[in-house]
Design a protein around this ligand. Structure first.
Ligand code: ZN
Ligand code: ZN
Length: 1009
């Protein structure tokens, strides 16, 4: 069946017992290192938000009073949550008769372009407050306001709102007693309750409550009641400047469950159409058709074809906007000279809308807020950055000029305030001690402070003289642009400083890691503490540097975290210099000679090769296929790992090299396959299951033969761990049966049977627990046990992973498992390494660390581009959950992402254990590599250009930094799963340089032969 020579080739080196004092010293320092890396990476991760994404909200901006007498006394705002422009505008007259009629005959319409993240909270904040929240505000919490901001509601006379408990409280808190809200309970949003009611129940509730309110107020007015108003504050109902807000959540829910192309989603749009007609009729009859109501219909974000949102796909960022009623012009023809061609907006594919004859007026999402304020005659929210779109206003020339002027002044007030905050902080410090110093403040060149006043006066003069056209087009728009740029300039004022500091910190950290790794005998962390002699020449420079940085930040009145960002590089470089000089002092030199070992390649070439390698990792974030190229490189790498120019190397290891290269080729195919997420293919999931069983049985047989003193095949099979057989013959087949059963039920549209769901959870839980039940009681001291454990971990991860699979990702996991096994076999081939090792870290360790990172990145991008949030599909978890629960779904999807990481981490751990490489040292190399890529990504983060670029550039950096944090955790987990005691009590580590003993027991091996 298997040739004995091949089996001989697969033999692993055997390990023997030896002292374990070094290992203990590792674990003592490991915690310190892990803690320090963790802290440094948290700083790196958080810093990107302070550099690129700080809150746009500032306080103390004066309000610009709206003195226009507008046609509309009141405004009704409808937000259909998760409604995308394409689905909405595509509907024919029969499908959305009311709104379609308005678009074609009565109102003004366009596409409202949102920014990322396309989530409900930022979408609503943009529509209602006119500002784009920074991503960190979103992370701080969805319901609570991290910062208070002004909104259209806050500027209104009074606002009544109905809808979701996730959205309304966000605005009502800042409004104080100017807003009244009514929400359904959070449980009503659950899908479970929606099964018999359907998600449209949420919208019906809103219409219903609105109707009751109007009827209630009508009764009160008819009876001419005075006194308490039941908390509704309905006394304002006849005033001007009031707002009704109806939040319609059902379209979002329907989009998530049924996807936007489904009949259910379209039906929901129908419902929204008839619901809006119903509300409009109620309002009009209540106010006796006085023609003084303006209506706005829009949405907070769109929805992808596969029912998700969050990222920057066109289907997510394009939302409908329809405005009609008092003060809004009738539609104009597309070929009219007044029709703007939306040149400054992203392209919209409107071929199937049948609206090409009408003028489309696109807006940015924040433009809706000043538009609503102007329509209803209230002042614009002070933090708004929206531009007043005049195409939506049926005003006289004078009124248009005044409205645009108000909009420009409102942006200017923000700009002036922000400039004041930066300038004044530096000037007014501490009673004028520093007044004699030159100011550090640099004003914006394009819009110097002295120009602000004169521009306002020019516009006032032009309007007073009746030059409305000129005032608006030439002056107001220009002032708006200048003030907006000035606002941005001051918003990013500290960026160059922070970016430079953080870059130095990154470089310092990478240098520290490399110096610590190359450090010959003392452990890095021992030297890391601020100990040893204070060298005046060396340390005073750093103390001085730190003092200067501190003083500068103090004068700037910088926030606390700026001190960390600016002092971190000083501290890190100080440590680097300390380590280098301390070594010279104690007469131990960094083992530079390691870098110039008798190799085919010179050290410079090595550095260049790794720089290319890191760039491959960086590029792979943008183009997945580059990973296939890297895999091809790895497949060939085994031919250059013949470290000792051993002529017999290839013939001795032909089997392992073949296995490694083949598995690299197979794994290299996956980055070329389409991204997982859209369609379900149960056949491929089942195939993956069979492949795992095959892999398990084959390798189990092989491992049984590899084991020392194996005797005949039957004998060795008998002594195999029972849990592997249990996994192979019970758990995986049972999981496969469950998958086919559940999928059949989905095909029959019967939903998830309770039995299948229970079995899914039981199988996943028991399978993940299995590797912890190690059988220690026999054959402890050989690497066979390590391989055995690795196989067991792969098989147990396979069960939940297959249950979470919808397409070929199960086969990917199989290929990955095959690959890491051949990697472990190949890396642990060369026994000479154990003998000749006298130092810490060799170039081989750098290679291992690189392959580790490469495999981690490959397992991240292998089956999908998860750098984009929206590529996650709820279908992945359909065998686990029958109801919509974002937290549980998120956790399961995170687990699915981490399972391949775990396999790679465990393989890395296995190699370290078998080769007795100090784990800490290797991990430092891993960190150095990933941080080099992180430094590159830090500079690739954008906050300009298309919002897709901004979102993905930010997520690249965040993914990489989070990945490092996860690696720290996962490596710790792999140390639990493959504990050191698996090699029996312990063994010598290579770190104990001078006293390294040859660890391969040759006498034992001879016996086997
Ligand atoms: Zn939403
Ligand atoms: Zn949603």
């Amino acid at each position: 069946m298997v040739c004995s020579k091949c089996l001989e080739q697969l033999k692993l080196p055997e390990l023997v017992n030896s002292s374990n004092s070094e290992i203990n010293s590792f674990s003592r320092h490991k915690m310190k290192i892990i803690f320090l890396s963790f802290a440094v990476h948290v700083v790196f991760l958080v810093s990107v938000f302070d550099i690129y994404f700080t809150t746009p909200v500032i306080h103390g901006i004066p309000e610009q009073i709206n003195s226009l007498s507008t046609p509309a006394k009141r405004l009704v705002l409808f937000v259909a949550d998760g409604m995308r422009a394409d689905t909405f505008f595509r509907l024919s007259k029969t499908e959305a008769p009311f709104l379609r009629n308005i678009i074609e005959k009565r109102g003004t319409w366009g596409v409202s372009h949102t920014r990322v993240p396309t989530e409900s909270r930022p979408g609503h904040v943009a529509v209602i407050a006119g500002l784009y929240e920074d991503p960190s505000a979103i992370m701080k919490g969805w319901k609570e306001n991290p910062v208070e901001f002004d909104s259209v509601f806050n500027r209104s006379t009074y606002t009544w709102a109905w809808g979701s408990p996730d959205i309304l409280p966000m605005f009502s808190k800042a409004c104080g007693n100017r807003m009244w809200i009514e929400t359904y309970s959070p449980e009503d949003q659950d899908f479970s309750g929606g099964k018999e009611r359907g998600p449209s129940w949420l919208d019906e509730w809103v219409y219903d409550r609105f109707k009751s309110f109007i009827e209630y107020v009508g009764r009160k007015i008819n009876k001419n009641e005075e006194g308490p108003d039941g908390g509704h504050q309905w006394g304002y109902i006849q005033d001007s400047g009031i707002v009704f807000f109806l939040h319609l959540l059902a379209s979002d829910t329907a989009g998530h469950i049924f996807k936007p192309h489904s009949r259910e989603y379209q039906e929901n749009v129908n419902m929204i159409d008839s619901g809006i007609r119903y509300v409009v009729n109620l309002v009009e009859s209540f106010y006796d058709n006085d023609g003084r109501t303006a209506y706005v219909f829009t949405s907070d974000h769109g929805m992808t074809d596969w029912g998700s949102h969050g990222a920057g796909d066109d289907s997510e960022t394009q939302t409908p906007l329809v405005i009609w009623g008092a003060g809004v012009p009738q539609p104009i023809a597309a070929d009219s000279h007044r029709c703007d061609k939306n040149k400054n907006f992203p392209n919209v594919n409107d071929e199937q809308w049948n609206l090409s004859h009408l003028c489309r007026n696109d807006v940015w999402q924040a433009d809706i807020a000043p538009l609503m304020s102007t329509l209803v005659g209230t002042s614009i929210p002070v933090n708004s950055v929206g531009y007043l779109r005049r195409a939506y206003l049926n005003f006289s020339q004078k009124e248009l000029a005044e409205a645009s002027f108000m909009n420009a002044r409102q942006i200017l007030a923000q700009h002036t305030r922000r400039r004041f905050l930066i300038e004044q902080r530096q000037r007014s410090w501490s009673g004028g001690i520093f007044d004699y110093l030159p100011s550090f403040y640099r004003a914006s060149k394009s819009f110097p402070p002295e120009e602000e006043e004169s521009r306002v006066e020019t516009i006032r003069y032009l309007i007073d003289k009746g030059h409305y056209e000129k005032a608006v087009i030439a002056e107001c728009d220009e002032l708006f642009e200048l003030a907006l740029h000035g606002l941005e300039y001051h918003h990013r004022y500290h960026r160059p400083l922070l970016l430079a500091s953080l870059s130095f910190a990154f470089l310092g950290w990478i240098s520290l890691l490399i110096v610590a790794v190359l450090h010959p005998d003392t452990s890095y962390s021992e030297n890391h503490q601020f100990q040893g002699k204070f060298l005046l020449s060396r340390d005073s420079i750093f103390v001085l540097l730190a003092a200067v940085a501190w003083l500068y930040l103090f004068i700037l009145h910088a926030p606390l975290q700026y001190y960390i960002y600016c002092l971190l590089p000083v501290a890190l470089w100080w440590q680097v210099v300390k380590l280098l000089t301390d070594q010279r002092k104690t007469n131990t030199r960094i083992s530079w000679k390691l870098l110039s070992m008798k190799q085919l390649l010179s050290p410079t070439l090595y550095v260049a090769a790794y720089a290319v390698g890191i760039e491959i990792l960086v590029i792979s974030f943008f183009h997945r296929w580059i990973l296939s190229l890297g895999m091809l490189g790895l497949a060939c790498s085994s031919f250059i790992t013949n470290k000792h120019n051993d002529p017999n190397y290839y013939s001795r290891n032909a089997m392992k090299i073949l296995l490694w290269s083949t598995s690299c080729f197979i794994l290299g195919i996956f980055p070329l396959t389409p991204v997982i997420g859209k369609d379900v293919n149960s056949m491929l999931v089942m195939t993956a299951g069979w492949l795992f069983i095959l892999l398990g049985i084959l390798s189990t047989v092989l491992l049984a033969r590899m084991r020392p003193r194996s005797g005949n095949l039957i004998d060795s099979l008998k002594r195999l761990p029972h849990r592997i057989w249990f996994q192979l013959l019970v758990l995986i087949p049972l999981a496969m049966w469950n998958i086919s059963k559940a999928d059949q039920s989905f095909v029959d549209k019967e939903g998830l049977p309770l039995f299948c769901q229970t079995l899914t959870w039981i199988l996943s839980g028991s399978s993940l627990g299995l590797p912890l039940l190690m059988e220690h009681h026999w054959h402890k001291s050989n690497s066979y046990m390590v391989m055995n454990q690795l196989m067991s971990i792969c098989l147990s991860v396979a069960v939940p992973f297959l249950l979470l699979s919808v397409n070929h990702e199960g086969i990917f996991l199989f290929a990955l498992a095959l690959n890491v096994h051949s990697w472990v076999l190949l890396e642990t081939t060369d026994q000479q390494e154990f003998e000749s090792k006298k130092s810490n870290v060799t170039m081989d360790d750098f290679r291992r660390a690189y392959i580790f990172i490469f495999l981690i990145i490959t397992s991240f991008f292998g089956t999908g581009n998860v750098a984009s949030i929206n590529s996650f599909d709820p279908a992945w978890v359909r065998r686990f959950l029958s109801i919509f629960s974002p937290h549980a779904m998120g956790a399961l999807i995170l687990a699915k992402t981490c399972f391949p990481f775990l396999i790679v981490s465990c393989a890395f751990r296995a190699i370290n254990l078998i080769l007795k490489v100090p784990p800490k040292q290797l991990f430092l190399v891993v960190l150095a590599f990933s941080d080099a890529a992180g430094l590159h990504f830090l500079h690739l983060v954008k906050d300009k250009g298309s919002w897709l670029d901004i979102g993905s550039s930010l997520s690249h950096f965040v993914i990489l930094e989070t990945m490092v944090l996860f690696l720290l955790i996962l490596y710790g987990l792999s140390c639990i799963l493959i504990p050191h005691k698996i090699l029996s009590i312990s063994s010598t580590s290579r770190l104990s340089s001078s006293s390294v003993k040859v660890t391969v027991n040759y006498s034992d091996r001879r016996k086997e032969r």
